[in-house]
Design a protein around this ligand. Structure first.
Ligand code: NDP
Ligand code: OXD
Length: 312
């Protein structure tokens, strides 16, 4: 009998508390699923399902933990925790991916088609302005991981010329793939629409700084469902004020909730959404958790392991 701890505060532990034991049983794994702040005999816990921003900061009592299974794709809040010595897996969930594709496609199309402008008001001029079609709007995605590839694939299927950029060179069908500093400059220069789907690491923090924002074509649109600190906030505000960037749709921020007095709220060129671009869906995510537990028990390599050195 293995012991699986659901760690930290989370609204939907109720849901996982039901789904996870049932899915483990279906997989033939005998397990006790525990939801306690301070479980008895922490050294006998085999797996920790970790809710991001949980109040668990000290993993050292869990000396027998075979893995920590993060419920989010992003791991920046836990990856640098020195008390964590067990392997760390991040979440790759088909439900999360589907949600991110829909959110990015919706916001890309909103700007591409000029939907805000075209919704007619009785007191405004009747001003037909035919939007371009996708093939006329080059679009760049920074980050060609699980989410960047899925979003890029959907946008490419709609006809957008998609360029993607990542740390290592990639070959993704329907996309021009670039890497390295020169590749980044090239990717930005052609980005009428730019989507950030990078993880937050020391190497990506403030990647979109004042200089790199100037590489974008005038009037570019920036969409950030990645992480807030990927962008230098002040540089973004300056680029919007100068008209170099036409609009930014931001789902993630340095501080969340976005403080009430933050200048992003009042800026007419910024759309704020409350970190809802996507989310892990318990009904599909439990399958991912169970598969990693099965692998752990069978001595097989775990899926979606985080490289602690790279930070993602
Ligand atoms: P992956 O780990 O699958 O992909 C990360 C991508 O970023 C990879 O292509 C990687 O390159 C690239 N990358 C990392 N560091 C660098 C760097 N220094 N320079 C260039 N490229 C780099 O992550 P996911 O696609 O699953 O998720 C991406 C991020 O999306 C998450 O980390 C999270 O921050 C965010 N997210 C936001 C959500 C929201 O609701 N707003 C929901 C879910 C995720 P390589 O391929 O070479 O390794
Ligand atoms: C995630 C997120 O990283 O929801 O999964 O932001």
């Amino acid at each position: 009998m293995i012991r699986v701890l659901l760690s930290g505060q989370r609204m939907d532990w109720e849901e996982y508390g039901e789904l996870l034991p049932a899915a483990l049983t279906d997989a033939g794994i005998e397990a006790e699923v525990i939801r306690e702040r301070a479980p008895r005999s922490p050294e006998t816990i085999d797996y920790i399902v970790y809710a991001p921003w949980s109040d668990m900061k000290d993993f050292s009592p869990f000396t027998g933990a075979k893995a920590v299974l993060n419920l989010w794709a992003g791991v920046e809040d836990v990856v640098t925790n020195e008390t964590l010595t067990a392997p760390l897996a991040r979440m790759v969930d088909p439900g999360l991916t589907a949600g991110m594709v829909e959110w990015c496609v919706a916001h890309a199309l909103r700007h591409h088609l000029g939907i805000d402008r075209d919704v007619c008001r009785r007191d405004a001029a009747w001003d037909p302005c035919v939007p371009p079609i996708a093939r006329e709007r080059p679009l760049t995605i920074l980050g060609l991981g699980v989410l960047g590839c899925a979003v890029g694939g959907a946008l490419s299927d709609l006809g957008f010329p998609v360029t993607g950029w990542s740390r290592s060179g990639k070959d993704v069908s329907g996309m021009t793939c670039l890497s390295g500093e020169d590749g980044l400059v090239e990717a930005l220069r052609m980005a009428e629409l730019l989507i950030l789907l990078l993880p937050l690491t020391p190497a990506t923090e403030e990647l979109m700084n004042a200089e790199r924002l100037t590489f974008l074509p005038k009037g570019a649109i920036l969409i950030n469902p990645g992480r807030g600190p990927l962008i230098d906030d002040d540089a973004l505000l300056a680029a919007l004020d100068s008209g170099h960037i036409a609009h930014a749709t931001l789902d993630v921020f340095r501080e969340e909730p976005l403080p009430r007095d933050h200048p992003f709220w009042a800026h007419p060129g910024i759309t704020v959404t409350p970190h809802i671009a996507s989310a892990t869906r318990p009904d599909t995510a439990v399958g991912v958790l169970v598969e990693n537990i099965r692998r752990g028990e069978a001595g097989e390599p775990l899926l979606h392991l985080v490289d602690r050195f790279r930070g993602y």
